[in-house]
Ligand binder design. Structure first.
Ligand code: COS
Length: 387
């Protein structure tokens, strides 16, 4: 499917974003880290640039980038603090995708324009205290009450819940069915009685991108808010998994963008830092670490682009998406660790960016599917081919 955005327009967009990241966002990284907040002025600029609607169809006011273009933006934006990207990316990715993939025309009309402009912000609520990797085992229930559903349960570690106006909530709507089949996806609006947002967690990294609990106590939503309408009943788990396939390519793209930034920092430092009378970049053991990092970055880049092209072509991308996220997030961990080693003692203190980048990198091996769950997805798919 051709993109709605031609290559010239897209290159111009990438150039603008590149300049914006370098000139406006990178100088604010320390402030965001210290205050754990993305300034409102930045959010307004992001709205003005159309960032909240990068993936949303043009018919609803978005840019409608294709998957490959979106992945390239994801890589670019991951060259700065994740907090900046995560301020708008839930609208682009997991927070809007359920409605884009499975929503009725009415649902799309009601929510997508606001999500595209950034007037509304989105959150995706799958994880629970007792259902993380075992996502089909969620306990949140949606009980029919006339023309409404009453939703009760607790969602955990929900990115941007503190700012969200629109929540995609997975809940068991058929108590008679266990596992994936009884789960439906609902749109819940901020301010609905019974919906409470917990306090933001104190985290190892990615400060400024808040995560917290979302507690639902008999939250009444009309049946019109069941994603896909009546036909969507029982399809929530599959919608969530589809959303996660594209989300995993996005996380892989983020890992690639972070690797690039970390290599920039490490190579620049190695050229300027002198020991034994010469730049440490001249020592082959340092070169070995840089070379391993560059090779892993290039491999990750190729892999994530292949996964993005496959999803774009509407092929079954489960194994590629899981493989890209697994490889790139693990490679990122190694790249960040080598960079910290190259910085030596300076890498361990907060004055240099590596300390933060190393902490920010860690969660990519966990969110949107742990490495171990992804190994399972890859192995299951692979064995099915040979069975
Ligand atoms: N796209 C579409 N449908 C999918 C799918 C995908 N990527 N993955 C699974 N499904 C479908 C399956 O085809 C199956 O449907 P059928 O019975 O009609 O064939 C159904 O969903 C159930 O799938 P499966 O049997 O594989 O479910 P499991 O409970 O065994 O769990 C794992 C699958 C473990 C892979 C899944 O729960 C998972 O990805 N867990 C991690 C969740 C996660 O990433 N959490 C992070 C937080 S979200 S930000």
């Amino acid at each position: 499917m051709p993109s709605a955005f031609d290559e010239d327009d897209f290159s111009a967009l990438l150039d603008t974003l590149d300049r914006y990241i370098r000139e406006r966002l990178m100088p604010l990284e320390k402030t965001v880290e210290e205050t754990a907040t993305v300034p409102d002025a930045i959010l307004d600029e992001m709205r003005e640039m159309g960032l909240f609607g990068l993936s949303i169809p043009q018919a609803y006011g978005g840019f409608e980038l294709d998957v490959v273009q979106e992945t390239r933006v994801q890589m670019l934006f991951s060259g700065t603090s994740q907090a900046f990207r995560l301020a708008f990316w839930p609208n682009v990715g997991i927070g809007s995708r359920g409605i884009v993939y499975g929503g009725t025309p009415g649902q799309k009309q009601r929510y997508l324009p606001g999500l595209a402009s950034g007037e509304l912000r989105a959150a995706f609520c799958l994880t629970e205290p007792d259902a993380g990797s075992d996502a089909a085992n969620i306990r949140t229930v949606a009980v029919r009450d006339g023309d409404d559903f009453l939703i009760s349960g607790t969602k955990r570690f929900i990115t941007n819940a503190t700012h969200a106006d629109v929540f995609t909530v997975m809940a068991r709507s058929d108590a008679g069915k266990s596992g994936a089949d009884g789960i439906s996806a609902f749109i819940v609006e901020k301010g609905t009685p019974g919906l409470t947002i917990g306090k933001p967690e104190h985290k190892l990294g990615q400060r400024g991108a808040p995560i917290c609990d979302v507690i639902l106590d008999r939250v009444r939503v009309p049946k019109e808010n069941l994603i896909g309408g009546e036909a969507g009943e029982g399809k929530g788990f599959r919608i969530a998994m589809q959303v996660l396939d594209s989300g995993r390519i996005g996380v892989a793209g983020s890992a690639v963008g972070m690797m690039k930034r970390i290599i920039d920092e490490a190579a620049t430092y190695a050229l300027s830092r002198k020991q034994f009378g010469q730049p440490i970049a001249e020592f082959q053991l340092i070169q070995g670490m840089l070379a391993d990092s560059e090779a892993e970055y290039l491999a990750g880049h190729a892999m994530v682009m292949e996964a993005a092209r496959s999803l774009q072509a509407k092929r079954d991308t489960r194994i590629l998406a899981a493989s890209a996220k697994y490889f790139c997030s693990e490679a990122l961990g190694r790249v960040a660790d080598r960079a910290l080693q190259i910085f030596g003692g300076a890498g361990y203190i907060a004055e240099y960016p590596i300390e933060r980048l190393w902490r920010d990198a860690r969660v990519l091996r966990i969110y949107e599917g742990t490495s171990q769950i992804l190994q399972l997805v890859i192995a299951r798919g692979l064995l099915k081919r040979y069975a």
